[in-house]
Write a protein that binds this ligand. Structure first.
Ligand code: F6P
Length: 557
């Protein structure tokens, strides 16, 4: 056999090799060439790469792609079985293989008026029953009929949770804070394990009229357990009532572990339950969202679920070539796996979305921040990029300089809101209107500059400005018509399904988080050492940590 001939034979044609070759070709071209100025074909390309779903418009035309790239990417998705796995997801199959569970967060937003897909029926019924209980609790607070341990009406809700039990509800509460809120309930969020967010609330709120919501899927997360204990101690001391009585009147539990809630002293009537087939970072739609409903009312909460459900239905029905979550996933995978861009910035041009990048960090990185495949083998390509970001206009005055002239290439999602309902006097409202337009103009300008670099400089300014704007940062622009409950529900479900599709492309389980769990175990044993103020030397694995433990103990004496 002629070995040298064999080794020279071309690699077998697969969707991945086709994409590798295509990436090599496109990499050689500046993005400005692809965008191509004002020619007819450039206009056609821009329109082929933009998609509208309801009040959400996604423009991929500043990505390093052509319609042919999308065709190759869709072929790849098909070859990975995205369509079959999508059906399995909605049918409640055990897609979370390591924990042998389904992932049925879509059941929590499935409307009672519509038949669920086969396999989701009992899950949807369970979620709808819990939603009815949630609505009753919300009504009791809103009607002034929830009384604390001393008989006073509840006015404030402190939502205590962390990770998925905090980020989603907090994001929605902030995003829709300018919508009419229910005057009976002010909602506050506490997540940090050091008590730093709780302390000012304990100084400010009236203990007699404060309701605690303990949100924890596992009911074991230390951050949440410790915050709740401190909050209960505060209520008990301030009201001069024992903790078990405070628990009976002023504590709502939301968890997948009803028996643990009962042991903790939360009456069954104040428990909201969701099942373990809803992952923590996908749980906003479950009773974990109770505080959002307390703040905004059931109408808004239901609109949030309806927006997410509309995206579920689109994800289920649309062919991959027009399927927004699939396209987002494919463009994202193209950037990190084929164009080797390791980080992805999330840049909302709306202060109400200040927690959006934190929310996506958990959703994407906790899900697909893995490099061991479903088959137990190491994957040999890039997976989830590092997600980071901040409110765009503020970030322009912070890290954008590096993006414009530094040495790194990033990809980015710009998020903008086209219009805002403002109720203000004429003068204030026209001034705010100008601020909105200014913000939108900045968003467009930065997205353009990210892509085009020097080529974005108008000819009239060229001679006067130093060149060296690197450009070539591929980016998408997600435009919401307005920031309402339906729109943000659809937006978040879009990213959820993006994550699922990418997990299929990369052969990962997006629904577990073994790395995080290990961190929790290590912290528990170190906590015991700190709390006991003794060092169990055998348990400390390195001299650096041991030295730091000693220093902390010395300084805490
Ligand atoms: O951060 C790890 C994690 O397990 C997340 O997946 C989860 O959202 C968070 O902790 C909080 O967990 P729990 O809701 O069980 O308190």
């Amino acid at each position: 056999m002629n070995v040298s001939k064999l080794s020279r034979s071309p690699r077998a044609y697969t969707p991945v090799t086709a994409l590798d070759a295509h990436a090599e070709q496109l990499q050689a071209q500046p993005l400005s060439d692809l965008l191509g100025g004002d020619t007819l074909s450039a206009q056609q390309r821009a329109s082929d790469l933009a998609f509208t779903f309801g009040s959400l418009h996604v423009d991929f035309s500043k990505q390093r792609i052509t319609p042919h790239t999308l065709k190759l990417l869709s072929d790849w998705a098909r070859s990975c079985g995205v369509e079959t796995k999508r059906t399995a997801l909605f049918a409640g199959k055990n897609v979370n293989t390591s924990e042998r569970r389904a992932a049925l967060h879509m059941a929590a937003r499935w409307p009672s008026t519509k038949k669920p897909p086969s396999g989701m029926e009992s899950a949807a019924t369970f979620c709808q029953q819990q939603q009815a209980r949630l609505a009753e609790m919300v009504a009791r607070v809103h009607e002034g009929q929830w009384f604390g341990a001393t008989g006073q009406t509840i006015t404030d809700v402190v939502h205590i949770g962390v990770g998925g039990s905090d980020l989603g509800p907090k994001l929605i509460s902030e995003a829709l804070a300018d919508r009419p809120s229910h005057e009976k309930a002010s909602v506050h969020y506490v997540s940090t394990m050091d008590g730093a967010q709780l302390l000012p609330l304990m100084e400010r709120l009236n203990p007699a009229t404060t309701l605690l919501v303990l949100a924890s899927k596992s009911f074991t997360t230390a951050d949440t357990q410790f915050n709740v204990r401190t909050a209960l101690a505060w209520l008990s001391e301030a009201l001069e009532i024992d903790v078990p009585t405070v628990c009976r009147y002023q504590l709502v539990g939301v968890s997948s572990k009803p028996e643990k809630m009962t042991d903790f002293g939360i009456p069954e009537a104040h428990q909201l339950v969701f099942k373990d087939w809803i992952g923590g970072r996908f749980s906003l739609w479950s009773p974990i969202g109770v505080s959002v409903a307390m703040q905004l009312g059931m109408e808004a909460f239901n609109a949030l679920l309806a927006g997410a459900h509309a995206m579920d239905q689109h994800f289920l029905d649309a062919p991959l070539e027009e399927n927004l979550p699939a396209l987002m996933a494919l463009v994202g995978a193209w950037n990190c796996q084929f164009l080797n861009i390791p980080t992805h910035a999330v840049l909302p041009y709306d202060g109400r979305l200040k927690s959006f990048s934190a929310y996506l960090q958990q959703l994407e990185m906790e899900s697909n921040g893995k490099s061991v495949g479903l088959d137990g083998r190491s994957v040999n390509h890039a997976t989830c990029p590092i997600i980071w970001g901040d409110v765009g206009p503020n970030a322009q005055h912070a890290f954008y300089q590096l993006l414009h002239q530094g040495g790194h290439t990033v990809s980015a999602d710009f998020v903008a809101v086209a219009k805002r309902d403002v109720t203000a006097t004429d003068d204030v409202s026209s001034s705010l209107c100008a601020q909105e337009q200014l913000t939108l103009a900045n968003c467009l300008a930065q997205s353009q500059l990210f892509a085009l670099g020097d080529d974005a400089i108008p000819a009239t300014l060229r001679g006067h400005m130093a060149q060296g704007y690197r450009g070539n940062h591929p980016n998408s622009l997600l435009l919401l018509k307005e920031l309402n409950a339906w729109g943000i529900g659809a937006l978040l479900a879009l990213y959820e399904h993006k994550v699922f599709v990418q997990s299929v492309l990369w052969n990962l389980n997006p629904f577990d988080q073994p790395g995080v769990e290990l961190g929790k175990q290590l912290a528990t044993s170190l906590y015991e050492m700190l709390a006991g103020e003794t060092l169990a030397h055998n348990n400390v694995k390195d001299p650096s940590t041991e030295q730091l433990l000693c220093k902390i103990n010395e300084w805490r004496q």
